[in-house]
Ligand binder design. Sequence first.
Ligand code: NAI
Ligand code: MG
Length: 356
Amino acid sequence: MAVRIAVLPGDGIGPEIVREAVKVLDVLNSHFGLDATWEEAAIGGAGYDAAGDPYPAATQQLAHASDAVLLGAVGGPKWEALDKPLRPEAGLLRIRADLGLFANYRPTKVHSQLLDASTLKPEVIDGVDILVVRELVSGIYFGQPRAIDMVNGERRGYNTMVYTESEIRRIGRTAFEAARLRSNRVCSVEKANVLEVSELWRKVMIELHQAEYSDVELSHMYVDNAAMQLIRNPRQFDVIVTGNLFGDILSDEASMLTGSIGMLPSASIGEKFAMYEPIHGSAPDIAGQDKANPLATILSVAMMLRFSLGRDDLAVKVEQAVEHTLDAGVRTGDLCFGGEKPVSCSAMGDAVCRAL
Ligand code: NAI
Ligand code: MG
């Protein structure tokens, strides 16, 4: 039976990078027996422009009726002045919450061909292979109350960082299970020395570890130290589990170990649904110029094949095709540090398809 994919290109470079990922799906269909169909729908600023809503009802219906969602990126200066609920980013938060995508897997792997593309020393980053497991539908991005109001004649802004025990246990389980398939180490990152929400996070992680996962090595780290350790000695990490805000920041930081944020895919998984997207945004500074690196999106397709479509064999093929393309020295601009000649976004996609 054919698998159905909802394709949501979004804004900025979103349509450009998604186009290349769809080319890869086309090759998998025509040459490797993938039986996939896909349909496009609008999200983010494109959703607002088309339907007055950054997460239109038609998009929601399509996502619910699909086996997996492939998303580009949302946002851009065009929509910055809108009220917050109408902004592109609100659409992204809503689809994550609506689909119950509580676990965001962000693998950060240094490709040996790109050792010189990072600003860090090759001997520090060689062999880095970290999985950031970020909680995605709670924490300070969703907590209530939140507002900008007036107090004592001045403006005040606030958000609430809140985690319930069951939310912590759910993401903790995800991380421990992932670690069992890797090198069996979990580092839980929070700020338990200052925040009550983190104090609970640490307690629940310890309880869960003792009750169900004592075979996995668990360590704890404050987020400020974790930010430092990621740069000082990134190879110490295997699985990092953390909340929504800390995970957002640490995974962008970790992307710099790999040379470019344009390399990093992600999978967001819930009980019923799953969505795949690069970790970067809509990159308005290079949008519309056919310059973006599509590899993060193509590697997100590999994660989709593995986790949602039951085609680990094809996931491996896509990952090998990306390695082969990097081996051949094909680089988009974000990966060029030594005076190499950059190729376009579409040429990078074509190169991966040829390698496949
Ligand atoms: P960004 O990730 O879009 O860009 C940061 C820098 O990385 C830029 O210099 C950009 O050119 C570069 N970059 C990003 N992806 C690239 C790629 N594939 N190839 C080459 N270079 C790449 O983050 P920024 O600038 O903070 O945000 C831009 C917009 O994207 C904002 O509206 C923001 O809200 C939105 N955003 C959306 C996300 C999503 O859709 N998941 C995530 C992060 C930001
Ligand atoms: Mg981010």
